[in-house]
Design a protein around this ligand. Sequence first.
Ligand code: PLP
Length: 378
Amino acid sequence: MQRGANRIEVVQPSATLRVSTMAKELKREGKDVVDMSVGEPDFPTPDFIIEAAYKAMKEGKVFYTPTKGVPELIDAIVEKLRNENGIDVGAENIIVTPGAKYAIFEAMMCLLQEGDEVILLDPSWVSYEACILMAGAKPVWVPHEEGFEDAPIEDYITSNTKMIVVNTPSNPLGVVYPKEFLKKVRDLAVDKDILVMSDEIYEKIIFEGEHYSLAAMDGMLERTITINGFSKTYSMTGWRLGYAAAPEWIIKLMNRMQSHSVSHPTSFVQYAGVAALKGDQSFIKEIVEEFRARRDMIMAKLDEMGIEYAPPKGAFYIFMNVGRDSNEFCEEFLKREYVALTPGSAFGVAYKSWVRLSYATSRERIGEFLSRLERFLG
Ligand code: PLP
């Protein structure tokens, strides 16, 4: 019998997609589904970004671009990383990709191979594990300490540890890792000569605490792959635009792989990215305030109901303990109350009774979700 290659057979289809597919089917049947599973902002892409894409198209910027991205966008990213993140990079340290996810995939494919171990904090965003497996390496899950702001990474490092993945603010926890934890990651990475992937895609969506970029810490520039993108901050999930900042030798490898795979992100989307980075950023504050109001609304109700959760300080998710198998819970909740959530098992190994909800939906729908949750839990 014919079969697929090992590198993809080892990966399970995304659990996030399974729930959302079921939710979509129910919607098609006319059911009033409350979808709390989506990982994308419910705000439109700001007009000035759309205008910039249109202008670029009209100006004929519709042809192949350099593999790494157009110089205007690379320069804008360099400026942003220097000014906002304290990361001392040049154009040679940047590659623009079709979405942050592809930057993660590409970096892992270029850096990992059989025998390598990669430290992942449990729970973590679904695609890190899949990318590690596709690259032939081994994910090593490290549980969080209570409070989710620390993890005993030091106990899981071996001579095979090639990379540590940190995502701050984190999906699905909403944790904004404190400086002490990041400092520990830094010390371990420098001491043991380990690479660090720092996924900072939610850096602007923070309610409490401060964002720190690992690459800005002493000795980290030469070992950090910083991942970021436009999907979350600028509501541009469908545009597919992200980037990586890393030592030049890593960017060169990623550029080689990109030149033989996707070539580059869509030409006029890159110009929209320039506008996004250089335009008026004040709308971000409004978005963050709206997310904060939604978060507070849900936390108040969960507290009232006595449900355990990781108190989120950033991103737009709440990870909560439903006290039973999360796959069964999510399926039953969807079938009975038409509410879509994502089972915690999608995000790691230890949190099988936890589920993730995304509050990238209106307060009115959140209110509806909360009353259905109350009814479901009886
Ligand atoms: N990293 C994290 C932690 C995410 O949650 C997501 C999207 O859900 C991504 C990366 C990928 O974002 P993009 O749309 O830029 O590929």
